[in-house]
Design a protein around this ligand. Structure first.
Ligand SMILES: Cc1cc2nc3c(=O)[nH]c(=O)nc-3n(C[C@H](O)[C@H](O)[C@H](O)COP(=O)(O)OP(=O)(O)OC[C@H]3O[C@@H](n4cnc5c(N)ncnc54)[C@H](O)[C@@H]3O)c2cc1C
Length: 492
């Protein structure tokens, strides 16, 4: 690899790096995306609220203000092209007193300025008719029908797999350790496998974007981690609300929301707490209390017994709070896509367009290639098939007749397919994020060892080499007990 040379290196396989990779794959360019972790979608892009925001929060004139609405608009085409899981259920910002009512009127005006379509103020009666489980002291709400919920990791896989199909190279477990500069210009990146020479480098390293900038002698910004904690509920409480429910926002966050997920669960969160450690994704008793109290303010009857897991994510907060999208002033050819806080997930495809424009202005020729294919093939999801489709697929491939995850009805056929896809799963959690095996009520208690055995067989590695998620997260020190073994050479 030391002799490898490319037009563009992208650092970071979150939603931003993946959307940029896919955007650049339209052009006659050699592009390599480097991800430090075992998989893409392992940073902030795996732990967030997963809302495709309508775009009324951001201040007009800021990058956030410009790119949220554009990103939301682009996803209305992309979810079909890339075969993403999205539910365009709309969102409500709920007011509970005069001051909050004034805030939602301001959000309406700001949203109109940002170009958000079809915003509307609902009265308390209209609101309670739509959402009967809300607190009865609500005074009204801002209704935004263009908002939606997305599968966050599924979106990253959708972008990166399309990018790979269109010629982008993905290297995982390849952390960038240094940036080589010659005469004030970037010429390559240092990795554990050697130097990769590149004419342009995109810094999409999320919470580590300031560290990457410093590798090129650029100290122009700092990223502070701001943690948000969540509680996820099982599917028995999905019907508690029909849409994404926000409180009125504060200065630092959109507040603790109550929202369905695209897969039929419900979550509450996030809180907002500045932390010192960029690896601190712990959940805490204090955080859980804040989240529960915040959510009960809007939906008082939350059945906590239906909670199945907790998680947290880190916002990449920059000094002025806006996205940092520009070429470095000290290292020519280094382009920052940094400080990507909320609504970064929504804005990602629009951020990718801006980064392409910056590259063009910086002297990179973007010549469209005739063979670019914007569409991913549809995914075969067993639990969403009719009985007839199920019978047909099992007849063609008996591995679809063996259910590995009972909670979410995920078959061995789907797991094998996802391991061999363009950005294939290599860890147990990688399979989970792609197929939902392990996301149900038992949280992988049943299917985890079986998925381990399938990865071992399909990748031709011993069970002891299979990891749960991170680089050193090995699961077993010996072979699996018989009950968890899967067939190695015979069809079931
Ligand atoms: C609590 C919370 C709630 C949110 N809710 C929403 C929401 O509802 N809607 C919305 O639109 N946005 C939301 N966001 C924001 C959104 O999640 C982020 O803007 C987005 O995920 C950022 O993506 P990213 O690609 O920049 O970063 P990441 O996903 O963190 O990706 C960066 C990647 O870079 C890799 N990396 C770092 N250093 C190196 C290196 N040296 N070499 C190689 N790779 C490296 C990391 O491993 C990581 O995979 C939320 C964020 C948080 C924290």
């Amino acid at each position: 690899m030391s002799a490898e040379s490319t037009d563009v290196v992208i650092i970071g396989g979150g939603i931003v790096g993946s959307a940029i990779a896919r955007e650049l794959s339209r052009y006659q360019l050699a592009v390599i995306l480097l991800e430090a972790e075992t998989d893409v979608a392992m940073g902030t892009s795996k732990a967030n609220s997963a809302i495709l925001h309508a775009g009324f929060d951001a201040k007009p004139g800021t990058w956030k203000g410009k790119l949220n609405v554009r990103g939301n608009h682009l996803y209305h085409q992309l979810w079909q092209d890339l075969s993403l899981d999205v539910d365009w259920m709309g969102s409500l910002v709920v007011a509970k007193d005069d001051a909050e009512q004034a805030t939602i009127e301001e959000l309406l005006a700001r949203g109109n300025q940002n170009g958000v379509p079809n915003l509307e103020i609902l009265s308390a009666d209209q609101l309670l008719e739509r959402e009967p489980n809300l607190a009865t002291d609500v005074t009204g709400a801002l209704w935004a029908p263009s908002a939606g919920v997305v599968c966050p990791f599924g979106a990253v896989f959708g972008f990166i797999e399309n990018a790979i199909r269109n010629g982008v190279t993905l290297l995982r477990e390849c952390p960038v350790q240094g940036i080589v500069i010659d005469n004030g210009r970037v010429v390559g990146v240092v990795t554990p496998h050697g130097v990769i020479r590149a004419r342009f480098i995109i810094n999409a390293a999320g919470i580590q974007a300031d560290a990457v900038a410093r590798m090129a002698g650029d100290n122009s910004f700092t990223i502070h981690p701001r943690k948000g904690e969540y509680i996820l509920f099982d599917k028995t409480v999905r019907q508690l609300v029909n849409t994404v429910i926000f409180p009125t926002p504060s200065k630092v966050s959109k507040g603790i929301l109550v929202s369905p997920t695209v897969h039929g669960n419900l979550f509450i969160g996030p809180d907002a707490e500045d932390v010192a450690d960029k690896d601190d994704v712990s959940t805490t008793a204090a955080g859980m209390e804040r989240v529960i109290n915040g959510a009960r303010r809007i939906v008082p009857q939350l059945p906590l017994a239906a909670a199945i897991t907790e998680f947290s994510g880190l916002r990449a907060a920059s000094g002025d709070g806006d996205f940092i999208l520009r070429e470095s002033e000290t290292a020519k050819g280094l382009i920052h896509a940094a400080g990507i806080q909320s609504p970064g997930f929504t804005a990602a495809p629009a951020i990718a367009e801006v980064i392409a424009d910056i590259l063009r202005e910086a002297g990179l020729a973007l010549i469209e290639k005739a063979e670019f294919n914007p569409v991913n093939p549809p995914r075969r999801v067993f639990r969403e098939m009719s009985w007839q489709e199920r019978a047909e697929i099992v007849a063609r491939d008996p591995l679809f007749g063996r259910v590995i995850c009972r909670c979410e009805t995920v078959t061995e056929g789907e797991i094998v397919a996802t391991i061999h896809s363009p950005c294939g799963a290599v860890t147990v959690d990688g399979v989970k994020r792609r197929t939902r095996a392990g996301t149900g009520r038992c949280q992988g208690g049943f299917c985890g060892p079986r998925v381990t055995a399938i990865i071992s067989r399909e990748l031709g590695i011993p069970v002891t080499a299979v990891r749960k998620d991170g680089i050193h997260s090995f699961l077993f020190s010996d072979k699996l007990p018989g009950v968890c073994e899967v067939s190695t050479d015979e069809q079931p």
